[in-house]
Every structure is written in structure tokens, then in C-alpha cells.
Design a protein around this ligand. Structure first.
Ligand SMILES: [Zn+2]
Length: 95
């Protein structure tokens, strides 16, 4: 038996929240050579955990992370910025 490249099965992390898109229960976790890897099935964010258990985003995931952060942010701004033209167009409804 070789002790070289050991990859465990991917498993969902119950209760884990994606650091990129904040979706719960979308993170999968597995290990490669005893190094924990995480991946979000919702936005594609992925990272690894170092020996201190700190998140180390993958280099290729930087763009995904950035774009993923913009999407929910744009939604929030769209909601807050939602125009209300009907409120201004009611000249006949004023008693
Ligand atoms: Zn995500």
C-alpha cells in the first residue's frame, strides 16, 4: 500500500456557510494528502485549509470569488435602489 497520494471522498459539510456566496450547506470537503480542501457547489469557490485550519483560497478561485461576491452585492443594491415611480405618478389619486 502506498502512502503517497491519498484523496478522500467529497462530503457536504452540514451547517457550513460558503465564504464567497454565503450559501449554507453548499460546501463540500475532502482531503488530499491530509490537506483539507473545500469547494462550494453553488458558486464554485474553493479553498484549502492550512495546518492552522485557516482558509487558503486557491489561486484559480480568486476570479470566481471576486465575481461571486459581486452578484449578491448587486442584488442587494438593486433592492435598495429600486425606484418607486408609482409613488410620484399619482396626480389623480390625491383627495
Ligand atoms: Zn459559494
Amino acid at each position: 500500500m502506498s502512502e503517497g497520494h491519498v484523496i478522500t471522498k467529497k462530503r457536504f459539510i452540514a451547517g457550513a456557510v460558503c465564504p464567497a456566496c454565503s450559501e449554507p450547506d453548499k460546501l463540500m470537503m475532502w482531503s488530499e494528502d491530509a490537506v483539507p480542501h473545500r469547494e462550494c457547489v453553488a458558486c464554485g469557490y474553493s479553498d484549502t485549509l492550512n495546518e492552522q485550519g485557516l482558509s487558503v483560497p486557491k489561486e484559480l478561485g480568486t476570479r470566481v470569488n471576486t465575481s461571486a461576491l459581486k452578484v449578491p452585492d448587486a442584488k442587494v443594491q438593486a433592492v435598495q435602489f429600486f425606484p418607486n415611480p408609482k409613488l410620484k405618478k399619482k396626480p389623480d389619486e390625491q383627495h
